[in-house]
Design a protein. Sequence first.
Length: 227
Amino acid sequence: MRGTKFALALLAFGVSVSAADKGTPLFDGKTLAGWKQLGGAADYQVIDGAIVGSSRPGVPNSFLVTTKDYGDFILDVDVRQDVGPTNSGIQFRSHSTPEFENGRVHGYQSDIDPSPRQWSGQIYEEAQRGWFSTGETNPPAKALYKFGEWNHYRIEALGPRLRVWVNGQPSADVIDAGQKSGFIGLQVHSIDKPEDAGRTSSWKNIVVRTKNLKPAPPMGIYPQQPA
């Protein structure tokens, strides 16, 4: 893949967070302060301490994005889907500029995919080069995401190294220097059928660290596939 090579070496994830660097919450649990909406007109609300994005028919992909950009960071976020299943994602190092398709959101995305394909936690480049890793690249990761439950994502973007863990287990490891910084965003995917309206994705406990960053241990051999 152009300019990209996979460094998929699957690991038993373990990384400690020092007490001195607990990170910065990106969501206060009450309001959408520090966020703005781009793309389509999906509905984003704060409900019971979570950001809930609901699909609407006839609109393109929608994104609730941070008003600040981030370069190197480690992001922790919990995500849940109960209605549906519907594809969603977490954007990072992403952009919206008039020069690119009249402001279309583009950049890296860690996928949230509860469909039978099961590509959750894989890395995709929205509106540009497409998939960098898939569930077929890392079959044991396909079972990590649990529909109807809170799932923990950790995204580590340090230089060109992009890594994702889902529920504490490794999902994707990619090297790509295409995007060095950009906003973080919460995607609600477009839908084609009116009966699919109201499918939701929820996010909470959104915390980013940008100081004293240390990468997780190198990815080793993945443990046995979860039951």
